[in-house]
Ligand binder design. Structure first.
Ligand SMILES: C[S@@+](CC[C@H](N)C(=O)[O-])C[C@H]1O[C@@H](n2cnc3c(N)ncnc32)[C@H](O)[C@@H]1O
Length: 212
């Protein structure tokens, strides 16, 4: 099925270690920069979602920031096990607020919906034929006026993937027709780094239009 490739479980099942391939070994510097600004509405009753969460470092950072519930979803059972092990051993009490789910993002349900969704190297991991569904599903999983935050990475000229090359116009062209408007778009965001790739990073904060 487009967007739910068995290659992910195969990759994780080989024993993907922290800091190997796409695994940063900790929270994305791009997310850390967003959280340091303190402008996301978190707190009691607020929910964040991290699709394609891998080892869930970013989910933990969102819980520590103050989201009461953080739903972290990965298709690969071995990724979910690795994330659970990380959360159980990290010694951070915020880990108790991270809810791990092994699910296909395109088929998942979430009630109540998320106030914030963080996409970090998830869109670039998907087959390009799944991109329109990615944008539609993001809209379905967010509260009206909720915020989708996209780490737009890797910005480069490479052919093929994953990761597939990303760009700000590409992401804008997916999200605007799906009812999102850009609240903030920055090409000078703190650089995400993964797999030693020398690629650019941009940051997008997208508001879901009310009534969509
Ligand atoms: C490039 S990795 C990024 C992982 C994590 N965001 C990080 O930065 O470490 C993409 C992740 O998305 C997961 N994934 C791929 N397709 C998925 C789907 N349809 N639903 C949920 N997770 C998926 C993969 O198993 C993989 O762990």
């Amino acid at each position: 099925m487009a967007g739910a490739s068995p290659m992910w479980e195969a990759m994780w099942a080989k024993g993907l270690r922290p800091k190997e391939a796409f695994d940063v070994g900790g929270p994305s510097p791009t997310l850390a920069e967003v959280l340091a600004k303190g402008s996301l509405g978190a707190g009691v009753g607020k929910c964040a979602l991290v699709p394609g969460c891998g080892r869930a470092y970013d989910a933990l950072a969102l819980a520590e920031y103050g989201f009461e519930r953080v739903v972290a979803v990965d298709l690969a059972p071995t990724a979910v096990e690795a994330a659970k092990q990380f959360l159980a051993s990290c010694g951070n009490p915020a880990a108790a607020r991270v809810e791990m789910q092994c699910a296909n993002f395109f088929e998942m349900k979430l009630e109540p919906k998320a106030d914030v969704i963080w996409d970090c190297t998830f869109l670039c991991a998907l087959d390009p034929s799944a991109r329109t569904d990615w944008a539609r599903k993001m809209g379905e999983l967010l509260e009206p006026e909720g915020t989708l935050i996209t780490c737009i990475f890797p910005i480069c000229d490479k052919e093929g993937g994953p990761p597939f090359a990303m760009s700000v116009p590409l992401v804008k062209g997916l999200l605007e027709p799906a009812g999102f408007r850009a609240a903030e778009l920055r090409e000078d965001a703190a650089r995400h780094t993964a797999g030693g790739m020398a690629a650019g990073t941009a940051l997008g904060l997208w508001t879901k239009a009310a009534g969509r």
